[in-house]
Ligand binder design. Structure first.
Ligand code: BES
Ligand code: ZN
Length: 459
């Protein structure tokens, strides 16, 4: 390992430059305007694998390509599947970026660019670690199968058909994803739980067009009044979600886990300062970490209608709409919750308003096994890479593929996050610590070694 660490130290600048190269590609998957840049980023990833002599395919889908690569088989050693994504979220709001989103710059030890942490920088650590092994030892101690997709940020709709088609080739013992965060700076973490999600969009229509609010106000239902009344019914002022049956399947947190959360060095004042609030808010009876990691939530993600321009306009809008989503916890079923939400919307919509409901993506929450030899191997590898043992955390984000990998391939996922929760993912000025890029690559290189020591469960 010493030789590999030395290699990674010697090649730090090259690896960073290559990350910057990938960050210059505006691979925004949700907007077709960027399709050529998405394809370019996919090919760039494929070229990394080609250059190392790995069997590589750029698999075309109905959407953006999936890059699949395999390193040579290693008899007796476990097989690892690495999942990552080379696509990014749109860079908006553009005017809030200090420097252009696709022109990476280094500021205070961080590379600042869209996709820096989510997920180009984190994903690349698992490619650069393989390169370090190949260039020093000439081979890897485990076989790695890479699935690097280009549609994670817009729903991964072509991933499952790919995984089904390639199911036999993807046979593996464990999956690894780096698309999460450390607990804090210099406190790496292994994430053992993620939330699930259901996402809705609702469109309301009242009068056939916008009306004068003086002439017509009080005589017809204003779709924006209706919308805000309906949405307000979903959560009470104690943060309890009012969807009938919403909590029925929620498994209460055990005291042991509450104690573990409470034992983590979480500083509420620092948290408030970081996000810019005077006071925290959420479901009554739970701590901030419990709410963030293990309690279901509902957030309105967007709302529109009426006049948004400068000044005042006395209008009674003809239409309104909103996007909202619930983050789910283990044992809640997205389909069941989705049906309950649709029913509640139907029950709430007042006479005089027409409604259309669109049910977007959904995914269940996931908790992975903490007592596996792979978990222990990952903990050792992180300690080697970061010089600090990881803590075990849950997070509130969702990575739907984790459940698919479990259901389809029967494997658990190691969620090894190198990011920080203030990396501004999906927001302006996204960043990733270059020190953590380096340490994450070292941890990844150690991980292949540590996993190779595990005897495969099934030969
Ligand atoms: N990297 C995130 C997932 C994540 C975020 C994990 C925060 C842990 C903490 C991923 O790229 C993402 O944004 N996922 C989406 C999934 C959704 C669109 C189905 C999310 O969580 O909003
Ligand atoms: Zn993301």
């Amino acid at each position: 390992m010493q030789e590999i660490e030395q290699y990674l130290t010697d090649h730090r600048a090259r690896n960073e430059n290559e990350l910057f190269e990938l960050l210059r590609m505006a691979s925004v998957s949700t907007d077709s305007q960027y399709a050529a840049e998405v394809a370019k980023a996919g090919n760039w990833v494929a070229d990394q694998f080609h250059a190392m002599g790995f069997t590589t395919e750029v698999v075309q889908t109905k959407g953006h390509p999936i890059v699949y690569a395999e390193t040579p088989a290693v008899a007796g050693a476990p097989i690892v599947l690495v999942y990552g994504h080379y696509d990014v979220q749109p860079p908006d709001p553009l005017d809030e970026w200090i420097s252009p989103p696709f022109e990476p710059v280094v500021r205070e030890g961080n590379v600042v660019a869209r996709g820096a942490t989510d997920d180009k920088g984190q994903m690349l650590t698992h490619i650069k670690s393989a390169q370090a092994w190949m260039d020093t030892a000439g081979s890897l101690p485990v076989q790695i199968k890479y699935v690097i997709e280009g549609e994670e940020e817009c729903g991964s709709s072509n991933l499952e058909p790919f995984l089904e088609e390639y199911r036999d080739r993807l046979a593996c013992d464990i999956a690894v994803i780096s698309d999460t965060s450390q607990f804090a700076k210099n406190q790496p973490a292994i994430t053992y739980g993620l939330k699930g999600i259901v996402y809705f969009e609702v469109f309301l229509e009242g009068p056939k067009q916008d009306l004068h609010s003086g002439t017509f106000g009080g005589s017809v239902y204003n779709p924006l009044n209706a919308l805000t009344q309906m949405l307000a019914a979903f959560v009470d002022d104690q943060g309890r979600i009012q969807i009938p049956g919403f909590y029925d399947d929620v498994v209460e947190l055990e005291q042991r886990e509450r104690d573990q959360f409470a034992a983590l060095p979480f500083n509420e004042q620092q948290f408030k300062d970081k996000v810019g609030v005077d006071t925290v808010h959420g479901e009554a009876g739970y701590t901030t970490l419990e709410r963030r990691w293990a309690r279901p939530t509902l957030d309105i993600n967007g709302i529109w209608g009426g006049y948004q321009g400068e000044g005042a306009k006395t209008v009674l809008p003809g239409k309104s709409g909103a996007k909202f989503s619930c983050r789910l916890v283990p044992n809640q079923e997205p389909e069941k919750i989705g049906a309950a939400i649709e029913k509640m919307l139907q029950d709430l919509v007042p006479n005089g308003i027409r409604m259309e409901v669109k049910h977007h993506h959904g995914a269940p929450a996931v908790v992975v096994d903490l007592d596996s030899p792979y978990m222990a191997a990952a903990a050792r590898a992180i300690e080697q890479g970061f010089g600090v043992a990881p803590v075990f955390i849950r997070e509130g984000g969702s990575i739907p593929v984790v459940t698919v990998l479990r259901d389809l391939l029967g494997v658990d996922t190691l969620l090894l996050g190198w990011g920080l929760d203030d990396d501004n993912t999906h927001g302006p000025n996204e960043k990733f610590s270059l020190e953590d890029f380096y340490r994450g690559t070292k941890a990844s290189a150690s991980l292949w070694q540590e996993i190779s020591k595990i005897k495969r469960a099934v030969e």
